[in-house]
Design a binder for this molecule. Structure first.
Ligand SMILES: Nc1ncnc2c1ncn2[C@@H]1O[C@H](COP(=O)(O)OP(=O)(O)OP(=O)(O)O)[C@@H](O)[C@H]1O
Ligand SMILES: [Mg+2]
Length: 257
């Protein structure tokens, strides 16, 4: 699947080129075959597909957490597989944000400390970190919970902490793997709306992996991963078209370290 001329006219954030991945061992299997995908700034897409088909594998490859057998992942013009482990870690830390179903919130840090973590790891100063964390906590409606410990939060609140943390360092690419799998429908739709708003507001690109049609509908378009590969799902699209015309703030990074 190619983004085509649209992608070449706008700032391309992510290019996935002919990505293939198989796992060896007792249950050897080819999981991904020649998968391609392009995202430009402001693109927020869903990926659906049956359990075990390879959605999380795809996200792991895009994140550079695992290596493909062949193919390329290019983030803002930088090919991930050409980087060493340290460089890949640095790029991930600076330019990617993750939201996972299992949260990965650290239980012994406060809400504010959890959200601040990417900034601390990136060496951002105390004052700037404090201000940015406060604004993100406001954005996810947890402005008064910064001093709380994670165990004092509900599942939905915890998931909003995870979203704040995924976005606090203004990543170019946000990857969310079943971020609302544990939430009731109301909390889920609130969390999804926030995720979308934050990705769009920052001019980032986002991939939402989900089993929920309702969740997928919050994205600009939906891809289905199957044995046949990645295909875009047809959508009636009045809202989608309107959004496409609505313009997207681009925020290209001037440097990468
Ligand atoms: N490290 C690994 N070693 C061997 N097989 C693996 C490994 N990781 C994933 N797999 C296999 O690859 C396939 C794809 O797994 P993946 O986790 O990507 O599926 P998924 O689409 O995310 O499924 P779900 O919707 O259940 O989360 C599965 O059959 C899984 O068992
Ligand atoms: Mg998965």
């Amino acid at each position: 699947m190619r983004g085509g001329s649209r992608a070449s006219n706008l700032a391309r954030v992510l290019s996935v080129r002919n990505l293939s991945k198989s796992f060896t061992g007792p249950r050897a299997k080819i999981v991904l075959r020649e998968i391609s995908l392009d995202l430009v700034a402001g693109d927020y897409v869903a990926v659906m597909g049956e359990s075990g088909i390879g959605k999380s594998t795809l996200l792991n490859l895009v994140a550079g957490l695992d290596r493909p057998d062949s193919g390329q992942v290019i983030l803002d013009g930088v090919e991930l597989s050409a980087l060493g482990d340290d460089e890949a870690t640095r790029l991930r830390r600076r330019h990617m944000g993750f939201v996972f179903q299992a949260f990965h919130i650290l239980p012994y840090l406060t809400v504010a400390q959890n959200v601040a973590l990417p900034l601390v790891l990136n060496g951002v100063g105390d004052q700037a970190t404090h201000e940015r964390v406060a604004s993100l906590l406001e954005a996810v409606k947890l402005g008064d919970r910064g001093a709380s410990l994670p165990r004092e939060l509900s599942g939905g609140e915890m998931q909003r902490v995870a979203i704040a943390r995924a976005l606090v360092h203004r990543p170019r690419l946000v990857l969310a793997d079943e971020p609302t799998g544990n939430l009731d429908p109301d909390s889920a739709s609130e969390v999804l709306a926030l995720l979308r708003k934050c990705v769009k507001g920052e001019g980032a690109a986002g991939i939402l992996v989900t089993h929920s049609l309702a969740a997928a509908k919050t994205a600009d378009r939906t891809y289905v991963l199957s044995q046949a590969g990645l295909s875009v799902q047809a959508r009636s699209g009045a809202r989608h078209q309107a959004e496409r015309r609505g313009g997207v703030k681009d925020r290209r990074r001037s440097s990468r370290g």
